[in-house]
Design a protein around this ligand. Structure first.
Ligand code: SF4
Length: 431
């Protein structure tokens, strides 16, 4: 056996142990093995070919073997090594072009992607429930949101969600001592806080299991210096609507177009259900908020988001709205890895990416188009509703809204002023 053959077999055996390779469907694994038998691929070539094949399989626009076959028809080289180099170059160029194009979402039919199964567990630990927004960064313009981890982990399965990378992906943990922990929290009575429970889980999906909803309502009631936010993608508001909801609490829904909900937000309520539920909550006299986050650039997005905004502005009055935020896809490496490993159909990684304060997001020019489009369509509400961008760069604020806060503290104060005003809360600045 020649040394080259032994080395090739060694590389293939090693590839077989690679978890990303294992996540590929069997025919695509066979394709990569075939290519590796035919051409002298290095470890790095195999790794890159695997990664690109995983992406192509997720995007569903062309299969990896079909793309390779297309390239083989046009690529020649003086020898196998040269030919391999040219083939990989062509394959990568096509992959890059598809990435830049963005997803072509199917809008019909069922995708058959089920949220991963998670068991409900009661957590008995001394885990601190109050923290800071886990995705905030001093490098971006941030609202200093405090987060309350009443539940850790989420039973929904949005493809972009980074909560899945923070917690055990087999369970959803409810804090067993939530009420006691909340009663012991020492908040500074001389200042105001915006606290939300939707960063570690969906705030309403579990209703009042283990008394979590009642404990949070009680906490809001006992602390008039906070504005408490439940953030959700569910329609499960029956327990909330039966309860005595304090004035300093509002409910926000993540909003997206039907195409994105269908393709990427598995296990969540449909757009119609979200809007109908928010309507029900607003009719109860509870203020509602909307997070257009993550806005996704796909074929048709410039038509779909304006339609959604128009619908929202027809179905709600600005005085019912606590605030509206906008944000987009921002990736950390483990979230990209975790999405690739899931082996599901998803167009989310089909995007050009640039560095965004140490994470990865759309290039600035695309963001300007995306946020500018949403901002313009909300023009009639600019003076009546508090709008903000979540986790974005000053350049984007200036380009789209024509203004930005000098620092996060000023942003936080402005948001709190707006929320206290909208919710009709009293606050005397302590002397
Ligand atoms: S702007 Fe967004 S990321 Fe930043 S603190 Fe507020 S919610 Fe968190």
């Amino acid at each position: 056996m020649s040394q080259a053959t032994t080395q090739g077999e060694g590389r293939l055996a090693q590839l077989g142990q690679n978890k990303l390779f294992q996540s590929l469907a069997e025919p695509y694994q066979a394709f990569i093995k075939d290519v590796a038998q035919q051409y002298p691929l290095t470890h790095q070539d195999l790794h890159q070919l695997t990664e690109m094949s995983v992406d192509l399989a997720m995007w569903g626009q062309i299969t990896p073997p079909d793309l390779w076959a297309q390239e083989e028809k046009k690529v020649f080289g003086a020898n196998a090594k040269q030919q391999k180099k040219n083939l990989l170059k062509g394959f990568r160029a096509q992959w890059t072009a598809l990435k830049a194009k963005g997803p072509l979402y199917q809008r019909e039919g069922k995708l058959g992607i089920k949220p991963p199964k998670r068991n409900l567990t009661v957590l008995e630990s001394d885990h601190t429930v109050l923290g800071w927004c886990p995705v905030a960064s001093p490098k971006t313009v941030c609202c200093n949101l405090r987060t309350l981890d009443a539940v850790q982990g989420c039973g929904m399965g949005c493809s972009y969600c980074s909560i899945q990378t923070f917690y055990d992906d087999r369970k959803v943990g409810v804090d067993g001592q939530l009420a006691e922990k909340l009663a012991k929290l020492n908040l500074d009575p001389s200042r105001r806080y915006h606290i939300g429970s939707g960063q570690s889980s969906d705030s309403l999906l579990l209703g009042d299991r283990q008394g979590i909803l009642s404990a949070q309502l009680e906490f809001a009631r006992n602390n008039p210096n906070i504005v408490y936010e439940f953030k959700t993608k569910s329609k499960n508001v029956s327990a909330l609507l039966r309860a005595d909801v304090p004035k300093n609490l509002f409910v926000s829904w993540s909003m997206n177009t039907p195409a994105v909900i269908h393709a990427e937000e598995h296990g969540t309520a449909s757009l119609d259900d979200r809007l109908a539920t928010a309507r029900k909550v607003a009719d109860h006299g509870i203020k509602v908020g909307f997070h257009f986050h993550p806005m996704v650039r796909y074929d048709g997005y410039l038509e779909d988001y304006p339609k959604l905004i128009q619908r929202l502005m027809t179905e709600f009055k600005p005085e019912e709205i606590a605030f509206i935020s906008m944000g987009t896809l921002t990736w950390i490496k483990p979230a990209i890895k975790s999405l690739r490993m899931r082996g599901i159909e998803s167009g989310l990684l089909q995007m050009e990416m640039d560095d965004a304060a140490g994470k990865m997001s759309y290039p600035m020019e695309i963001k300007k188009e995306m946020f500018g489009m949403a901002w313009e369509h909300f023009a009639a509400w600019h003076e009546q509703v508090f709008f903000y961008f979540c986790m974005e760069d000053r350049e984007l604020w200036h380009a789209v809204m024509g203004r930005c806060y000098p620092d996060n503290e000023t942003f936080e104060t402005d948001m709190l002023n707006a929320l206290f005003g909208k919710l009709g809360l009293e606050w005397d600045t302590p002397v």
